[in-house]
Write a protein of this length. Structure first.
Length: 180
Protein backbone atom coordinates (compact mmCIF):
# COMPACT_ATOMS: atom_id res chain seq x y z
CA UNK A 1 0.00 0.00 0.00
CA UNK A 2 2.73 2.46 0.98
CA UNK A 3 4.82 1.54 -2.07
CA UNK A 4 1.88 2.08 -4.41
CA UNK A 5 0.97 5.37 -2.72
CA UNK A 6 4.65 6.35 -2.87
CA UNK A 7 4.74 5.82 -6.64
CA UNK A 8 1.40 7.52 -7.35
CA UNK A 9 2.02 10.54 -5.10
CA UNK A 10 5.43 10.97 -6.73
CA UNK A 11 4.03 10.91 -10.24
CA UNK A 12 0.68 12.68 -9.79
CA UNK A 13 0.80 14.60 -6.50
CA UNK A 14 -1.14 14.20 -3.29
CA UNK A 15 -4.47 15.84 -4.05
CA UNK A 16 -4.69 14.42 -7.57
CA UNK A 17 -4.22 10.86 -6.32
CA UNK A 18 -7.36 9.44 -4.78
CA UNK A 19 -7.62 6.65 -2.24
CA UNK A 20 -9.66 4.54 -4.67
CA UNK A 21 -6.85 4.62 -7.22
CA UNK A 22 -4.26 3.69 -4.59
CA UNK A 23 -6.42 0.80 -3.41
CA UNK A 24 -7.13 -0.41 -6.96
CA UNK A 25 -3.47 -0.38 -7.97
CA UNK A 26 -2.22 -1.89 -4.70
CA UNK A 27 -4.90 -4.58 -4.47
CA UNK A 28 -5.51 -3.62 -0.84
CA UNK A 29 -9.07 -3.40 0.46
CA UNK A 30 -10.47 -0.20 1.93
CA UNK A 31 -10.98 -1.99 5.26
CA UNK A 32 -7.34 -3.05 5.37
CA UNK A 33 -6.15 0.43 4.53
CA UNK A 34 -8.26 2.01 7.25
CA UNK A 35 -7.04 -0.63 9.69
CA UNK A 36 -3.52 0.79 9.27
CA UNK A 37 -4.26 4.43 8.40
CA UNK A 38 -7.23 6.39 9.71
CA UNK A 39 -7.06 8.83 6.81
CA UNK A 40 -5.37 9.69 3.54
CA UNK A 41 -3.36 12.25 5.53
CA UNK A 42 -1.89 9.47 7.71
CA UNK A 43 -0.99 7.50 4.58
CA UNK A 44 0.72 10.57 3.10
CA UNK A 45 2.68 11.06 6.33
CA UNK A 46 3.76 7.41 6.24
CA UNK A 47 4.95 7.84 2.65
CA UNK A 48 6.84 11.01 3.56
CA UNK A 49 8.44 9.32 6.56
CA UNK A 50 9.60 6.42 4.37
CA UNK A 51 10.96 8.83 1.75
CA UNK A 52 12.73 10.92 4.40
CA UNK A 53 14.45 7.84 5.80
CA UNK A 54 15.56 6.78 2.32
CA UNK A 55 16.92 10.20 1.38
CA UNK A 56 18.55 10.91 4.72
CA UNK A 57 20.26 7.52 4.94
CA UNK A 58 21.51 7.66 1.35
CA UNK A 59 22.70 11.26 1.66
CA UNK A 60 24.47 10.60 4.95
CA UNK A 61 26.29 7.62 3.43
CA UNK A 62 27.32 9.67 0.37
CA UNK A 63 28.60 12.47 2.57
CA UNK A 64 30.55 10.07 4.79
CA UNK A 65 32.13 8.48 1.71
CA UNK A 66 33.21 11.93 0.50
CA UNK A 67 34.84 12.96 3.80
CA UNK A 68 38.29 12.92 2.20
CA UNK A 69 37.18 15.57 -0.34
CA UNK A 70 37.84 19.27 0.25
CA UNK A 71 34.11 19.88 0.62
CA UNK A 72 32.19 16.62 1.07
CA UNK A 73 28.87 18.50 0.95
CA UNK A 74 29.31 18.96 -2.81
CA UNK A 75 28.60 15.26 -3.38
CA UNK A 76 24.86 15.88 -2.92
CA UNK A 77 24.77 17.71 -6.24
CA UNK A 78 26.13 14.65 -8.04
CA UNK A 79 23.30 12.64 -6.50
CA UNK A 80 20.78 15.25 -7.66
CA UNK A 81 22.18 15.09 -11.19
CA UNK A 82 21.80 11.31 -11.22
CA UNK A 83 18.22 11.57 -9.88
CA UNK A 84 17.22 14.23 -12.42
CA UNK A 85 18.32 11.95 -15.25
CA UNK A 86 16.46 8.91 -13.90
CA UNK A 87 13.02 7.77 -15.03
CA UNK A 88 11.85 8.08 -11.40
CA UNK A 89 12.25 11.85 -11.23
CA UNK A 90 8.96 13.71 -10.93
CA UNK A 91 10.11 16.33 -8.43
CA UNK A 92 10.50 16.39 -4.68
CA UNK A 93 7.90 14.79 -2.42
CA UNK A 94 8.55 17.44 0.20
CA UNK A 95 8.39 20.46 -2.08
CA UNK A 96 5.12 19.06 -3.45
CA UNK A 97 3.79 18.52 0.07
CA UNK A 98 4.78 22.03 1.10
CA UNK A 99 2.93 23.47 -1.87
CA UNK A 100 -0.18 21.28 -1.68
CA UNK A 101 -0.87 21.69 2.04
CA UNK A 102 -1.14 24.77 4.25
CA UNK A 103 1.48 25.72 6.85
CA UNK A 104 -0.77 24.54 9.69
CA UNK A 105 -1.20 21.06 8.20
CA UNK A 106 0.89 18.20 9.62
CA UNK A 107 1.97 17.21 6.10
CA UNK A 108 3.36 20.67 5.39
CA UNK A 109 5.06 20.72 8.79
CA UNK A 110 6.67 17.33 8.14
CA UNK A 111 7.96 18.59 4.77
CA UNK A 112 9.47 21.65 6.48
CA UNK A 113 11.03 19.42 9.16
CA UNK A 114 12.56 17.20 6.44
CA UNK A 115 14.13 20.19 4.71
CA UNK A 116 15.53 21.43 8.03
CA UNK A 117 17.01 18.00 8.76
CA UNK A 118 18.74 18.03 5.37
CA UNK A 119 20.12 21.50 6.11
CA UNK A 120 21.44 20.21 9.44
CA UNK A 121 23.04 17.21 7.73
CA UNK A 122 24.76 19.51 5.23
CA UNK A 123 25.97 21.66 8.12
CA UNK A 124 27.65 18.64 9.70
CA UNK A 125 29.63 17.91 6.54
CA UNK A 126 30.87 21.40 5.75
CA UNK A 127 34.58 21.52 6.46
CA UNK A 128 37.21 24.20 7.02
CA UNK A 129 34.60 26.73 8.11
CA UNK A 130 33.64 28.37 11.38
CA UNK A 131 30.17 27.83 12.87
CA UNK A 132 28.67 30.99 11.37
CA UNK A 133 29.99 30.17 7.89
CA UNK A 134 28.69 26.62 8.20
CA UNK A 135 25.20 27.92 9.11
CA UNK A 136 25.21 30.33 6.18
CA UNK A 137 26.59 27.85 3.67
CA UNK A 138 24.29 25.01 4.75
CA UNK A 139 21.32 27.31 4.13
CA UNK A 140 22.73 28.37 0.76
CA UNK A 141 23.37 24.78 -0.31
CA UNK A 142 19.85 23.73 0.62
CA UNK A 143 18.49 26.66 -1.37
CA UNK A 144 20.60 25.59 -4.37
CA UNK A 145 19.39 22.01 -4.01
CA UNK A 146 15.73 23.01 -3.86
CA UNK A 147 16.16 25.44 -6.74
CA UNK A 148 17.81 22.75 -8.84
CA UNK A 149 14.98 20.32 -8.07
CA UNK A 150 12.32 22.84 -9.10
CA UNK A 151 14.26 23.83 -12.22
CA UNK A 152 14.65 20.19 -13.26
CA UNK A 153 10.98 19.46 -12.63
CA UNK A 154 9.22 22.60 -13.81
CA UNK A 155 11.57 23.74 -16.55
CA UNK A 156 12.93 20.36 -17.61
CA UNK A 157 16.51 21.46 -16.88
CA UNK A 158 17.99 18.02 -16.27
CA UNK A 159 21.50 19.51 -15.85
CA UNK A 160 20.35 21.71 -12.95
CA UNK A 161 22.28 19.52 -10.50
CA UNK A 162 25.54 20.21 -12.33
CA UNK A 163 24.78 23.93 -12.54
CA UNK A 164 23.93 24.04 -8.83
CA UNK A 165 27.19 22.23 -8.02
CA UNK A 166 29.17 24.83 -9.96
CA UNK A 167 27.43 27.57 -7.97
CA UNK A 168 28.04 25.70 -4.69
CA UNK A 169 31.72 25.38 -5.52
CA UNK A 170 31.90 29.16 -5.90
CA UNK A 171 30.12 29.66 -2.58
CA UNK A 172 32.45 27.29 -0.76
CA UNK A 173 35.65 28.45 -2.44
CA UNK A 174 37.80 30.41 -0.04
CA UNK A 175 38.00 34.08 -0.92
CA UNK A 176 41.38 34.88 -2.36
CA UNK A 177 42.83 38.06 -0.99
CA UNK A 178 43.93 40.10 -3.95
CA UNK A 179 46.82 42.46 -3.65
CA UNK A 180 47.14 45.40 -5.95
Amino acid sequence: LIDTAFKLFNEYGYHATGIDRILAESGVSKATMYKHFRSKEELILAVLQQRHEQIYTKMQAQLETALTDDQPALVVFDALDEWFHSHEFFGCYFIKAGSEFTNENAIHQYAAWHKESIRTLLFEFLTNLNEEEKQTHAEQLLLLMDGAIVSAQVRGKKNAGKTAKEMAMKILKPIDHLTR
